[in-house]
Design a binder for this molecule. Structure first.
Ligand code: XIL
Length: 351
């Protein structure tokens, strides 16, 4: 015990946290997600977890080659007051990605959620609203020019029925606001990749068609867009064929394709006192393999922007608070141990 303590003090405290919280280290022959994949494998992350949980950071460093900002570059966080930007959380994430050589994906410049109060209360004519969104987009994009490789410019502009989602953006900027947001982002950084990000293309044919029609329209009009994100918040019962269809049709645009927010729920019925069984872990593993295999085989290599999971471990996932239920949708358990889902993800990545 005393020898162990002495050893810890002499070496570094970093290596001497609770053993249970330590992710297993790869042996020389062991493959990690990033060493196996031919494209970036990312995770959405939170700055507080990054700085407070050593196992979180170690898992990210070992396994992943891409980082997305889960919340801290959303408008409410980064632009809390009209004349004040707060870069603190964003910087922690972006600096970590840059220092560890991981591709940084920014999320999200324009969304109908996470809008700060000063914007919901904003009074002004259409010119003033246009100035508001242009300045926001251009200030944030310029701040991270050269440090963020790609941006979700607009997130979730469509409803499941394929119509434009009514929001304060459509109300004040009009139905063509998405195109102008992309133009503003392009003016601020000529080389950053610009993405449209959306959920549900795998279960709503109408929404998928709406996103594809928008991409085709942008191409015709010369509106800059580089890629499409399929969030892929899904579950073990969702048919593979529908997921494959969404990926195949999105790839047919010729644009980059990002599976941008992957998680796979196992408690779709939101059962109370839910206890996962081995059979459920195996089905989750199979779903991860199916999604990743579909992406790897259906998206041409030059269009593979990568696959990003929405956070790292079951303990850090947004799903339980979103569904108000217990669920375990990610490849690592709350102690950062690899689940069967991890093996499923890894085997799907293998060429
Ligand atoms: C979620 C975050 O994960 C939560 O922490 C936050 O409370 C709400 O937003 N689609 C998106 C993401 O594009 O931005 C959302 O992230 C999840 C759904």
């Amino acid at each position: 015990m005393i020898r162990n303590l002495l050893f810890c003090t002499l070496l570094s405290l970093t290596y001497c946290h609770q053993p249970a919280a330590q992710p297993s280290q790869p042996t020389a022959s062991e493959h990690t997600l990033r060493s196996t994949a031919a494209f970036p494998v990312g995770a959405a992350i939170s700055p507080s977890l990054l700085t407070s949980k050593p196992a979180y950071r170690q898992t990210l460093e070992r396994e992943f080659s891409g980082i997305t900002s889960e919340n801290y570059l959303k408008m409410r966080f980064v632009h809390p007051e009209k004349d004040r930007y707060d870069w603190t959380g964003g910087n922690t994430i972006v600096d970590f990605a840059n220092q560890t050589n991981k591709r940084m994906h920014g999320h999200a410049l324009v969304w109908h959620q996470s809008v700060p109060d000063w914007v919901t209360q904003f009074k002004g004519d259409s010119l003033a609203w246009e100035g508001l969104i242009r300045d926001h987009i251009q200030t944030v994009v310029k701040q991270y020019k050269g440090k963020i490789a790609a941006w979700d410019v607009v997130n979730e502009a469509f409803l499941d029925d394929g119509t434009l989602r009514p929001s304060l953006w459509t109300e004040h900027l009009g139905p063509d606001f998405v195109a102008r947001c992309f133009q503003y982002a392009r003016q601020a950084d000529p080389s950053v990749k610009l993405f449209y990000n959306e959920y549900g293309q795998e279960y709503s044919a109408k929404k998928l068609a709406a996103v594809l029609a928008m991409a085709a329209d942008f191409r015709k009009r010369g509106i800059p867009i580089d890629g499409i994100g399929l969030q892929m918040h899904t579950h073990i019962d969702h048919p593979d064929a529908q997921i494959e269809n969404a990926i195949r049709q999105t790839a047919a645009t010729g644009l980059l394709v990002h599976i941008s927010e992957l998680d796979v729920r196992i408690n779709q019925a939101k059962a109370a006192n839910f206890v996962p069984t081995d059979a459920l872990w195996q089905r989750q593993k199979a779903k991860f393999t199916a999604i990743v295999t579909a992406y790897r085989t259906l998206v041409p290599a030059a269009q593979q922007h990568g696959i990003t999971t929405w956070n790292v471990s079951d303990g850090d996932s947004w799903i339980p608070s979103f569904c108000q239920c217990q669920d375990f949708p990610l490849p690592f358990d709350k102690d950062f141990k690899k689940k069967p889902a991890y093996e499923g993800l890894l085997s799907g990545l293998k060429p």
